[in-house]
Design a binder for this molecule. Structure first.
Ligand code: NDP
Length: 348
């Protein structure tokens, strides 16, 4: 039985990774920031956390602190085989300046890799959740047919990310420089483990973890609630933002496959399912839930709000190496919509 360390285990993406790892029989040490978060996760997985079960917890309050992961890694019995690192700030409401993103993302990654090298020689692979935010040039035109690949990096500089008043720019910098720190570590430190980085665009889909109110939604899904479900039919159609997306369940499977597929060694892979415009999202939601006619911006139904040659990203290496397939767009937004309506108390 494999033993996995999963950071940010209570998050939107990681909760699905945790569920899939437990379902395939892995033993997981879940890293969260507080006992309260461990207790909540425990309640979501009562069988796995029973005595002798597959799931235990480590509390790491500050992942950027020197030695933050030392005792967590050194004390694991049985020893850890694979580390999956998802923890990184993404909630814009929890940040006010560039360093709120950059420090935990970059130092957190570096401290984790240092601790693995020093205290967990059993670890053979590290999988890191990066992002298309580290890949795409957001100042470049959307039209023009560009196809981003794993060779591409956004042009944000460290100085810009640190000094900016634009939190999305700081987030993009944090994903880029955290990922670079990981690849530099592999090159310079010659550790006992290899690395896989996964770059998803927007991640949407139903939650696997329990939240108590709609205010606790993660960043990407809160966009669907605020801009599409709980808005107004007369509001302008939201900007397309990042028009590429992947379903959270497909992304979680990509992490699990990346953890165990030999051919993924030292690969950077884009995990992108499909293009989706704001008009597509509005049409799917209003089509499935007619009572949203009053609160979901209508736009121009049936007319895509994206240029036909909007940029895409090449996920073919992930399909070939991992054997990954992507579910259809409609199922993601319908299943997410159903859940958000229930959490938000909106059933008519
Ligand atoms: P969530 O906010 O749901 O989860 C983020 C996780 O990271 C939580 O466990 C959170 O812990 C932890 N975290 C946040 N800030 C810190 C910090 N300063 N120190 C330690 N831990 C921290 O977001 P997602 O699940 O969506 O994101 C997971 C990963 O996926 C991130 O790396 C993100 O960049 C990446 N990603 C997400 C996309 C999306 O659209 N959702 C798109 C592309 C990449 P806590 O609960 O304690 O705050």
């Amino acid at each position: 039985m494999s033993r996995i360390l999963l950071t940010g285990a209570n998050g939107f993406v990681a909760s699905h990774i945790l569920h899939q790892l437990l379902a395939r029989g892995s033993s997981v040490r879940a890293v969260v920031r507080s006992q309260a978060k461990a207790d909540r996760l425990r309640a979501d997985h009562p069988t796995a956390t029973a005595a002798g079960g597959q799931l235990d917890f480590a509390i790491v309050p500050d992942i950027a602190a020197p030695g933050a992961f030392d005792s967590t890694l050194a004390s694991s019995t049985p020893p850890i085989d694979v580390v999956i690192h998802t923890a990184s700030p993404f909630l814009y409401s929890a940040a006010s300046k560039g360093s709120d993103f950059l420090d935990p993302a970059v130092q957190g990654t570096r401290q984790l890799l240092l601790s693995i090298k020093r205290y967990a020689p059993s670890v053979k692979r590290v999988v890191i959740t990066s992002s298309c935010a580290a890949v795409v040039d957001f100042d470049a035109p959307v039209a023009g047919g560009r196809v981003y690949t794993s060779e591409d990096w956004n042009p944000v500089t460290w100085e810009e990310a640190l000094a900016t008043t634009s939190l999305p720019t700081a987030y993009r910098g944090s994903k880029k420089f955290a990922e670079i720190a990981a690849w530099d570590f592999i090159r310079d430190e010659n550790p006992n483990f290899d690395l896989v980085t996964l770059c998803p665009p927007m991640v949407y889909g139903p939650l696997h973890h329990t939240i108590n109110s709609i205010e606790e939604l993660n960043e990407s899904n809160s966009r669907i609630w605020k801009l599409f479900i709980n808005s107004s039919k007369d509001a302008p159609l939201p900007l397309n933002g990042v028009h590429l997306f992947v379903d959270v369940r497909d992304l979680a499977l990509a992490h699990v496959l990346a953890a165990f597929t030999p051919g993924a060694s030292n690969k950077r892979m884009i995990i992108s399912g499909a293009k989706v415009s704001s008009q597509d999202i509005s049409d799917i939601l209003r089509g499935k839930f007619p009572f949203l006619a009053e609160t979901c911006p209508h736009g121009s139904p049936g007319v895509s709000s994206l240029p036909a040659d909007a940029y895409t990203a090449d996920a073919s290496p992930a399909k070939e190496i991992l054997g990954l397939e992507f579910r259809n767009v409609e199922s993601t937004f319908v299943e997410l919509g159903e859940q958000l309506l229930e959490i938000g108390g909106r059933n008519s």
